[in-house]
Design a binder for this molecule. Structure first.
Ligand SMILES: Cc1cc2nc3c(=O)[nH]c(=O)nc-3n(C[C@H](O)[C@H](O)[C@H](O)COP(=O)(O)OP(=O)(O)OC[C@H]3O[C@@H](n4cnc5c(N)ncnc54)[C@H](O)[C@@H]3O)c2cc1C
Length: 465
């Protein structure tokens, strides 16, 4: 039972990866720490429990990674995906500090596993958690409890109280009753606002009603809004988000990793009006999967259909839902309630335009289309071998990019460019400082772990330890 009248040194808002790293570090630093988490114990740890792997800098191969991944290569990869939309000093700090995670995470209960097949070519740069993100956060919760960190579940913070630029307490609702938690310092680690459809609609309009949220329904951005209301300096594009093509049959929230669809490069994709709208084979899938959420979001009614034939099936990881199967293209179209004649024509035209015979799913092969708009640049093979298969696609939002500006101590920066005295931020709520655009697989956890550790250490220091 948590006593809300108890005086804590550090209150952490949000018990995902970033919040747990902060709580463990602050407690190890000597502070009395309380974590406030909106979810129940079963659904704790937000989006972090859906993860599989983390990107980190390392000098040599180990039992768990196949080769070195240097600061320079990491930085070049980040520069490429963000197109320069990153704060270089915070980004380099994240990269350099990530080197410690290979040891720090196991020291706090996380176990690694060797990479498996179907891991988006990450075996050299990323570490995979044994048991995935769920096992990682369970290990952190165990470690935190053993260290004496208090955790309040089903406690959603609604308001931050500030006086003279300093946070004094957090107001939360718990079992229907309002509670006030005072603290000397606070770490905000409450994720993005991807589960707040009305807020998404401010930037996406009615289309946002058709988005599927891949992670927790609890990341509604209430704390982000509070910080911005109190004058924190925003960072990141409000419309920016990581979004993939998901199986449209996925649940509205929390479907996790198994609803993603990787069939796109091996067939064609059409919208509701049976029009292709983008090069399905533009580049290798790890570099392109994260643009397909936005592409589907821009289609009528935010729906599209991935169409493949039986030759394609062995080449991609299927979604958790079986594909829709048919003996002919018109039958497949009827199952999706789209125009059968139009789909037959699109497939026939595509098949006629295919050139090149050396199909290689593992490289940018020579199988492409000629005279087709939009083109398909690689892995183009005629769709001609029944049975035919299709998956309905919807935009699946992973997380949003709008956040609060922080400095190298994870202190929240206010509109006057001064740091808020006792407010720190870590994880998705500040990731936009480093990831202004694009994404690098495994980097969400890197940012949250590095800044969670910094925020916990600095919050304890701020509280006098
Ligand atoms: C399906 C999926 C797969 C992913 N795979 C990977 C991967 O393999 N590698 C990787 O690096 N990244 C991955 N990501 C991204 C990754 O999950 C995030 O970058 C990371 O987990 C964010 O950590 P966080 O602590 O900031 O947020 P979260 O883990 O989402 O934690 C935020 C917590 O705050 C709580 N909260 C929210 N609002 C309040 C409030 N007002 N009061 C109290 N508590 C509140 C929530 O309940 C939640 O527990 C994936 C995301 C998804 C959805």
């Amino acid at each position: 039972m948590i006593d809300s009248s108890a005086r804590y040194d550090v209150v952490v808002i949000g018990g995902g990866n970033a919040g747990l790293c902060a709580a463990i570090m602050a407690r190890r630093g000597g502070a009395r720490v309380l974590v406030l988490e909106s979810a129940t114990k079963d659904f704790r740890a937000g989006n972090s429990r859906h993860t599989r792997d983390i990107r980190y800098m390392h000098k040599a191969a180990t039992e768990y990674v196949t080769g070195p991944y240097t600061e320079d290569e990491f930085w070049q990869d980040l520069r490429q995906v963000t197109g320069g939309a990153t704060n270089e000093s915070l980004a380099r700090l994240t990269i350099r500090e990530s080197e410690q995670l290979g040891d720090w995470m196991p020291a706090n209960g996380v176990r690694w596993q060797k990479p498996l097949r179907g891991t988006l070519h990450l075996a050299r740069s990323n570490l995979f958690m044994l048991g995935g993100g769920k096992a990682m956060v369970d290990a952190y919760y165990d470690t935190a409890a053993k260290l004496g960190v208090d955790i309040a579940y089903e406690t959603e913070v609604s308001e931050l109280k500030m006086t003279d630029g300093q946070l004094t307490s957090a107001l939360a609702s718990r079992n229907g009753a309002e509670q006030e938690y005072a603290a000397k310092a606070v770490v905000v680690a409450s994720g993005g606002f991807e589960a707040n459809i009305p807020w998404l609609k401010e930037y996406w309009g009615a289309a946002a009603d058709n988005f599927i949220i891949r992670g927790t329904p609890h990341n509604r951005g209430t704390m982000l809004k509070e910080l911005l209301k109190h004058g924190a300096k925003p960072v990141g594009d409000p419309r920016g988000c990581h979004a993939v093509a998901l199986d449209a049959r996925a649940p509205k929230f929390d479907g996790g990793i198994v609803t993603r669809l990787d069939s796109v490069p091996f067939g064609i994709v059409v919208n509701k009006n049976v029009k292709r709208f983008y090069d399905e084979g533009e580049d290798i899938w790890p570099k392109r999967y994260a643009i397909w959420g936005k592409l589907v979001a821009e289609q009528p009614e935010q729906i599209a259909y991935s169409i493949v034939d039986s030759k394609a099936l062995p080449h991609f990881m299927p979604s958790v839902f079986p594909p829709v199967e048919a003996e002919s293209i018109p039958e497949l179209a009827k199952a999706f309630e789209i125009d059968p004649n139009a789909l037959s024509e699109v497939v026939a035209k595509f098949n006629r335009s295919v050139r090149g015979s050396r199909f290689d799913p593992g490289s940018l092969d020579e199988c492409h289309t000629e005279g087709l708009v939009p083109p398909k640049s690689h892995w183009a093979r005629p769709i001609d071998t029944p049975p035919y298969y299709g998956y309905p696609l919807r935009p699946g939002i992973t997380f949003t990019y709008l956040g609060v500006t922080v400095d190298e101590q994870a202190q929240v920066i206010m509109q006057d460019d001064q740091p808020a005295k006792n407010i720190f931020a870590a994880g998705e709520v500040m990731a936009g400082n480093i990831l202004g655009r694009g994404y690098l697989a495994g980097f969400g956890l890197t940012i949250g772990s590095v800044f969670g550790r910094i925020a916990g250490r600095e919050a304890a220091r701020c509280a006098g330890y």
